[in-house]
Structure formats: C-alpha cells, structure tokens
Design a protein around this ligand. Structure first.
Ligand code: NGO
Length: 497
C-alpha cells in the first residue's frame, strides 16, 4: 500500500492511514509525556522538545506520565507488542493527543522522526516561526524491512571535523538510518589517534587529497561522535582499511614497509597501489594495537576491516591475511565486516559488503551460503559520490551517473541472483570524498539521493513506488531549506518553486 502522498513521510511507513478529524494542534500549553521509569524514553522526549522548541517557541515541558487521565499532548508510551521489534512504533493522532508507542526508546526515536515530518516544514527552522502547528489525524504502524540501514562517510580522502560528522548524523537519523560507517584510513590520510602508534595521526593525518592540511580525531573527539550517534540510535562502525589503501600508515612507520623505507605522503586519487608487508611480524602487532584501541572506542558489535582493492597482493596470501585479521577482530570482542573482496576468505567475515558492480558476485553468494550476511552498496545505485549527470560539478563517474531514480528504484532482494531477503542484513549509501571538500559538497551529493536509499532499507517493497516517491521527495525541499541543507535540484523531481 502506498502512503497517502499528502503525508509525505520518508521512508514510507509500512502502514499509514488517515483518520477522521482535524488532527492535533500544538500550542503553548502542549506537554510531552514520557513513560515513567524509562530515562532513555525521557531523553527521546527531551530530544523531541529540543527540535520543536526552536521553531514553535513553545515551552513544551517534558514530564513523566502519571495516572490515568494524563493522556493529552504528545504522549510517549512503551508497549510489549512484540510485532514492532526494537525499531518499530505506532503513531496515533487525534484531536487531544499524539500518541507514540514503541517497545522502548529506540522505536520511540524512530517514531519521533515521523512526527517531525508530519508537522509543517518550518518546524525544522532554527528560529521561532508562526504556527499553526497541526499534525494530521493518522494512524501509522511501522517497522523497518532491514536491520542495517547505513550511511558511510569517507573522512580519509578529505577530513571532516566532529561538527560536520554530527551534522551528517542529524541528517541521516531524520530518515531513520541507523549505521554510520566511518572510513577512517586510506592512502591519503589516517584519521584516528592510536596511542601505541602516535605518528599515524600526527604524520599520517597531516595530508589529504589535493594537498590540504588533513586532520584527525583525538580519542575524545571520536568518543564525542560515538556518543552523539548513540543519542540518535545510530551505531558507528569504524573502518580501518587493510591490507591495501595504507599509504598514510606506511609513510608514518618505515618498519611497516617490506623494504623498511617509508614512502612520502600521498595526495592523489589512485587506488590499489599500496599494501602492508604481510611477512613481517610487526604488521600483526600493528594490527592488534590498532584494532584493539578502536574496539575499545566502539560500543557497537562491528569493526570494518576494509579489504578492497588490494591489487598488489596475490589471492591466496590475501585470503590468509583476511582470515588472520578476522581473528584479531574476534579477539577484541567484535565482529568483522569486510568489502566484497573478503568474501573468498575461509571462513568469510560474518558480514560482507557488496559494492563492485563490475566484479563477479559468486564469492559473495558462496559466503552467504556459509552464513555470512550481506550489506548491499551497489555502486551504480548507492554511491552518492557518483555524479548525478554529466553536468554535475562534483563527483566521480566510474560507476556511471546515479540519478535520484537510480538510487531509489531497486529492490535489494532482486539485485543479485540467488541472494534473497534472508541473506541480506541491509543497505548502505556511500559518500567517498575524493572530490568533496566541505559539508556543503557532502550535502549536495547526499541530497536528494540519501532519503531514497533510506526508504529502500526501511520500507516494504509494497509501499514503494517511484511516482508517489518523487512527490513525497519534492515535499521535503522546504524542510531542507529550513535546515539549511544544500541539495541538488534534480530535474527528475517536481520541486515546489
Ligand atoms: C571504491 C573504492 C574507494 C573509492 C570509491 C570511489 C570501494 C569499496 N573502494 O569503493 O576507495 O573511494 O570506489 O567511488
């Protein structure tokens, strides 16, 4: 069932219908009630109040719901309804109350994103606007199709600071994405401080594509990002890309090179020309230290080990290496995820990420048969660093042009022969930053394609149709204006003027 277009919620809820009546109007006396005994739910209430206070100017106190009768205003409730899962929610809007129900705070948080989108676009403004602030009468029951709905950010090719990453977290969580994959290391820069190997950050972090100053996250910086994401129910998955894409590390420590000589820092955009020295014991000490420190900074279960484009490493040696790295990740209490090339290791990592549309997917299929779960990032659909069309100023073209419809109009369960719903953990949109130097650049490439990928990951196939979607997407534009998001006005979308 398609959601009514005038609701314009993205991602489309699993089920949404209009109810009778005028809906609910916020005013100066509206309260937000949270379920007693749940500090996490109270924090979701406070988060909602924070969003709404800025633009409405209303006080919107958050209180714990008391006895019966206290059911007016915006009411957050917990329910035992097992059907909803951790992220599902129910939203019911009547003239006296907006009632949001979920199993716990995570589901409430997802539901709050729907509520934001049911309010007028100016609710996203950072200064006080005139009402009315009406929420249409609806009944929504919603839960995600896939558990992993990710956005990856490449902070290695160009460095992005904590504030910029937090802004991206805000924008992805508005569309119910729940994973932020940070590509922390590459040839052009190493972006995370490692106590045991300080030159990785101080030297390896001092460059970026084009010769800029680069930068890196201290452990405190990184913890800030992780906490900010946690507060928005986004899991940070850090990636240390090995054995290839390691020039910044090789340049920082001569002993990591087979010939003991450190190469210079690299500021170009070629791929596949570097590798760790697989024969040296120091390489594995290095990996154990780096992965150990990163695991300690990571509350989530996953650690990404990269593994893409290690073009200088022979296949059998590559496979042994990936097996060994997985062991290190396991020893530090995490589950490894690797790019599609790692699927041929034995065993393959618990999670394999498909990306290379030109390569055979056979190994990925076999890995799935052996129990690995697959995250889909087909470059021709969800690489947000591809140009929209030949005229796009930013971006790459190796996977073709990716217009808004390309990013939206596909079904994960039909992408690869022999790989169905149950083999998939989810989908993830990639934002590689070879050509992206600022938050403005990032936003321009992510919007409007990112909400489409979010809907691919969240909404049942039966709720998704390009025609309705493009109109719902058009209705997001005033929200982006209110949020000061720099977006691309794709000719495929009937934008309001
Ligand atoms: C490839 C490559 C990255 C590039 C990206 C650019 C993967 C997994 N490895 O994707 O290093 O930045 O393309 O689109």
């Amino acid at each position: 069932m398609q959601p009514p277009v005038d609701l314009s919620v993205i991602p489309a809820p699993a089920s949404a219908r209009r109810a009778a009546g005028p809906g609910f109007a916020l005013d100066t006396s509206t309260r937000i009630l949270s379920p007693p005994g749940s500090p996490a739910a109270a924090r979701v209430g406070a988060y909602l109040a924070g969003v709404l206070r800025r633009s409405t100017g209303y006080p919107l106190p958050v209180a714990s719901a008391g006895g019966e009768g206290e059911r007016d205003g915006i009411v957050l409730e917990t329910t035992r309804d097992g059907q909803l899962g951790d992220e599902g929610y129910e939203l019911e809007v009547s003239a006296v109350a907006v009632t949001l129900r979920a199993r716990g705070a995570e589901g409430l948080f997802r539901g709050v994103q729907t509520l934001r989108q049911l309010l007028p676009a100016k609710v996203e403004d950072s200064t006080v606007q005139r009402g009315p602030w009406r929420v249409p009468a609806v009944r929504i029951v919603d839960r995600p199709r896939f558990a992993w709905r990710g956005a990856a950010l490449d902070v290695a090719r160009h460095f992005f600071g904590v504030d910029e990453v937090e802004r991206y977290i805000d924008l992805i969580s508005l569309y119910k994405l729940n994973v932020l994959h940070l590509h922390l290391t590459d040839d052009q820069g190493w972006r995370i401080a490692v106590d045991g190997w300080p030159k990785l950050a101080s030297h390896g972090g001092s460059s970026e594509v084009g010769g800029g100053r680069g930068g890196f996250y201290s452990k405190q910086d990184y913890e800030r990002i992780v906490r900010y994401a946690q507060d928005r129910y986004v899991t940070v998955v850090p990636e240390v890309d090995v054995p290839g894409h390691v020039n910044a590390a090789l340049s920082s420590y001569p002993e990591l090179n087979c010939d003991g000589r450190a190469p210079r820092l690299y500021t170009g955009t070629s791929v596949g020309f570097t590798s760790l020295c697989l024969d040296k014991p120091v390489t594995y000490r290095f990996l154990d230290d780096v992965i150990g420190e990163l695991a300690a900074l990571t509350p989530g279960p996953y650690l990404h080990v990269g593994g893409d484009e290690a073009k200088t490493v022979p296949g059998d040696r590559y496979a042994r290496f990936i097996e060994r790295v997985q062991g290190i990740v396991r020893a530090h209490g995490k589950r490894a995820i690797g790019w599609q090339e790692t699927a041929g290791a034995s065993p393959p990592p618990p999670v394999v990420q498909y990306w290379d549309i030109a390569a055979s997917a056979d190994a990925v299929r076999r890995a799935a048969q052996r129990g690995s779960k697959v995250v889909l990032s087909p470059a021709s659909k969800v690489y947000l660093d591809m140009k929209y069309d030949a005229g796009t100023r930013l971006g790459l073209e190796w996977a073709g042009h990716v217009e808004v419809r390309d990013a939206y109009d596909w079904d994960p369960a039909k992408l690869l022969d022999g790989m169905g719903e149950n083999d998939l953990l989810g989908v993830e949109a990639q934002l590689w930053s070879e050509t992206l130097r600022s938050l403005r650049d990032m936003e321009f490439m992510a919007f409007p394609r990112l909400p489409g990928v979010a809907e691919v990951g969240w909404s049942p196939a039966s709720s998704r149709h390009w025609d309705g979607y493009r109109r719902r997407l058009a209705a997001q534009a005033p929200r982006w204006s209110a949020l000061a998001v720099h977006y691309h006005r794709s000719p495929q979308i009937p934008w309001p003027r």
